[in-house]
Design a protein around this ligand. Sequence first.
Ligand SMILES: [Zn+2]
Length: 486
Amino acid sequence: MKRIAIASFIHEGNSFSPVPTTTAEFRQQLWLSGCAAKEHARGTRTELGAAVDFLDTHRDWQGLFLTCAEAGPAGPIDDMTFALIRDEILDGLSRGPWDAVYLALHGAMLSASSPTADLDLLRAVRRAIGRAPLGVSFDLHANLGAAQIGLFDVACGFKTHPHVDMYETAARTLELLARTASGEIAPKGALAKVPAILPSMNMRTTDGPMAEIEAIAAEVERRHGLLDVSVFGGFSYGDSPLAGASVMVHADGDAELAQEAAHEVGAAMTARLDRFYVALPTPTAALMQAAGATAWPVALIESSDNPGSGGIGDTTGLFAAMHAARPPGPAVFAFFADPGVVGQAAAAGIGGRVAVTLGGRIAPEFGAPVAISGTVDRLTDGRFRNSGPLAHGAHCNLGRTALVRDGELAIIVTAACQSPNDPGFFTLHDIDVHRLRWLGVKAKNHFRAAFRPLIPTMIDVDTPGPAALDLRHFRFRHAPMDFRRS
Ligand SMILES: [Zn+2]
């Protein structure tokens, strides 16, 4: 029986978020090991869900789930929490020897003292496991560098954005890892850096430049019979020496071929860089567009405070405009993260009245608080399982939540901070999205995975926030100078 160790440490670090990531955020989202981690992942279309299925279908492998930890995108992880999770994984690995090790990483993790936390972790893991084959799966928004290539034997990245192929990416990595362990293949990796820090607004793989680049990558992979070609857009709010886009290729036994293919796809990306920089309307202009819409609901999407990019659920640029404009029919704003307001709503009870301020609590520099008074329509425990195409089946925990209604506008307030990307977020609050005139969301491209078929008019809006569209708002310190757009 061959033995494989499975672990995950997933975090996307936003250098410009005022909210650090602590043990609390991992405990809120995922921090489990052993059978508990395995059973939590079973049946989900996630990377760890794929690891469970790999073990079920590969009876010659015995798998041990070590620490599996994930927190939502936010500011850097405090050093104590980073060390705690890293050491749990290393302790688990000390129970080797292993025939293979699989790690699920984001690839843009930051700790308080290190802008290259994934690289630090990979080095420590390699030291711990010696020459055992190591396979890694990464998010499409990973900030990768050539230094990583020598540390793992094989790695793959998501090929879709919205990321509807988390499961498939892990399954692919595990297959390649198993074939490496058996000696069937000898992967040789290469990475070509693309010299740009790209906003992800126009980085969907359904249309636009990234769709073209992914098609080219797939064609190059087929033409050369490569093991994997993965394109990484990078995470623009992660200020790191590894910031920027890249292309990673693994070829069977041929390092030169891997290098050539990485450069070929990298050149195709470099030729399209300008198309990733787009402009968006202000809230006022977006609401004028909404007023002229002929198909409803209209979604107004505020990416500058998208929790999936390190947003904090606190900025008021879009909400203030929607509130002042008085929606012409049923409208919902999703969401503000404010445990205090949830507590006040819970104290008032369903049907009770509350007068509260929303937003501007953590970072008023991104918009002043907005005062509302309304009725508490619903209170929930914030728990549901994803029913949409993103991480289908995965457990979500928003903390306690409240739905407060101020005239036609109902506002979802949550204790934790997570993007409203899954239909379950709205079902939990008894909201039928079809019946809305306006839906304001703190979200970005991932919102489209489930809602594109349901919402005919989608307007992305430019507002201030920790994930604002224009990267010139941010002071980079670590990222390569020539990658920054001036
Ligand atoms: Zn991503």
